[in-house]
Design a protein around this ligand. Structure first.
Ligand SMILES: C[S@@+](CC[C@H](N)C(=O)[O-])C[C@H]1O[C@@H](n2cnc3c(N)ncnc32)[C@H](O)[C@@H]1O
Length: 232
């Protein structure tokens, strides 16, 4: 098995740059990426299978389509929290939530998700779609360990991410070239999601391999693995 972090590219842009660029792209985001990513996000949400009354965290919610779906699933007795580094993404999502009349179920925050200050065991589920691969290699495990910390002991997480598994396609090579050439604009890159999630103390429940524009995508469903001898 290939080791997580071994040959994935670094993310060299700063967090301020990320904030500025996502603010700038926010108005076009759905036109640029929304359609093609929609199907994969939906598969991820189906795997997470959020139920009425649950408390869910989404990291990097973007224009808020999944926040809306999650808010529909948790019902009036549940709650959805979202964190995004871009204030403009937050405004777009807030307006979408308001229009749907779901604001009582949703709480959004604009900040770097590396600073997850929720209490331990706050959530039944964590969701990330096209967000984990935006964190630099040394940040991946600390972020996932934070996700694990804020999940309840029977909690689960679903991650939809561009993947570096398997044979490298021409599109993967092109994408990685673009990431290296334009690190501010093409800030995500393919990662070994399953491996890094497992290395962060999760038990892998299932992995679905798909693709988007010829780029491999992994949809990983994971749960907290609290077997004896595993680091907390
Ligand atoms: C590629 S978009 C994906 C949006 C959405 N999840 C989707 O599937 O359509 C990534 C989102 O993550 C946010 N983001 C990037 N870095 C972040 C960070 N360090 N903490 C929180 N959000 C971040 C961006 O602002 C952007 O909204």
């Amino acid at each position: 098995m290939q080791k997580s972090g071994k040959d994935i590219l670094r993310v060299t842009r700063s967090k301020d740059e990320a904030r500025r660029n996502y603010n700038r792209f926010s108005g076009w985001y759905d036109a640029l990426a929304g359609g093609s990513e929609k199907k994969l996000r939906k598969i991820g949400l189906r795997k997470l299978l959020v139920k009425e009354g649950e408390t869910v965290l989404e990291i990097g919610f973007g224009t808020g389509h999944c926040i809306l779906e999650l808010a529909g699933s948790v019902g009036d007795s549940g709650r959805v929290c979202g964190i995004d580094i871009s204030g403009r993404m937050l405004e777009i999502t807030e307006s979408r939530v308001r229009k749907a009349g779901l604001e009582k179920r949703v709480q959004l925050e604009c900040k770097d998700a590396l600073n997850l200050d929720f209490a331990e065991s706050s959530f039944d589920a964590v969701f990330m779609s096209f967000a984990l691969e935006l964190f630099d290699t040394p940040e991946l495990e600390p972020l996932l360990r934070q996700c694990r910390r804020v999940l309840k002991k029977d909690g689960r997480m679903c991650v939809v991410a561009m993947s570096r598994r398997g044979k490298q396609t021409a599109m993967t090579k092109l994408y990685e070239w673009a990431h290296a050439a334009f690190p501010g604009f093409v800030d995500c890159r393919p990662i070994y999601a399953e491996e890094i999630i497992r290395a962060s103390g999760f038990e892998i429940i299932g992995v679905t391999a798909l693709s988007i524009w010829g780029l491999p995508v992994e949809i990983v469903l994971a749960a907290i693995d609290r077997q004896p001898g595993k680091p907390e």
